[in-house]
Design a binder for this molecule. Sequence first.
Ligand code: MG
Length: 203
Amino acid sequence: MKIFAVGRNYAEHIAELNNERPKEPVIFTKPETALIKNGLPFFYPDFTKDIHFEVEIVLRISKQGKHIDEKFAHKYFNSIALGIDFTARDVQTKLKEKGLPWDIAKGFDGSAPISEFYPISNFADLSNLTFSLLQNGEEKQLGNTNMMLFDFPFIISHLSKYFTLKVGDLIFTGTPKGVGPIAIGDHLEGFIENKKVLEVNVK
Ligand code: MG
């Protein structure tokens, strides 16, 4: 199973990190060992002092495909989840300065807590879907998929030019503004629309 992630997909988040607005999606991957199931704790690793939360909508591929046309891309996923793309921002910043790959800053163990998956038929409009993240009860991120630079069909079509998408592959679709650091003892709660779907305790 492969885990893809899209960077810089929400304009206001690009601005808060002083990044350039991309002409095509910025893609990276995480290994399967990054996943944490809903409810299990995240253990803060000792190689970083600045892990940020990035709440994201996650797609699960339901049909194998390569070179998928954008207009058929909606047929290649049938469920979504809420995930957090934990990022060791201090490590990532150093790697970016040197033009080196981000893998250790993005793919370390536990860097991808994820909720249960929900059938897309549960949602009226995937291109107008609100999601949010609370840290210790305070809302830190509030996004809507209508703010994405690259929508779900575009992302799937784009990825499939390079990678054969297989059943069970996951796609983290990018984070809205409001990312920030976590600390040991934090309680994170994630929502899709008004439903709490994800909880993570930082230990
Ligand atoms: Mg992200």
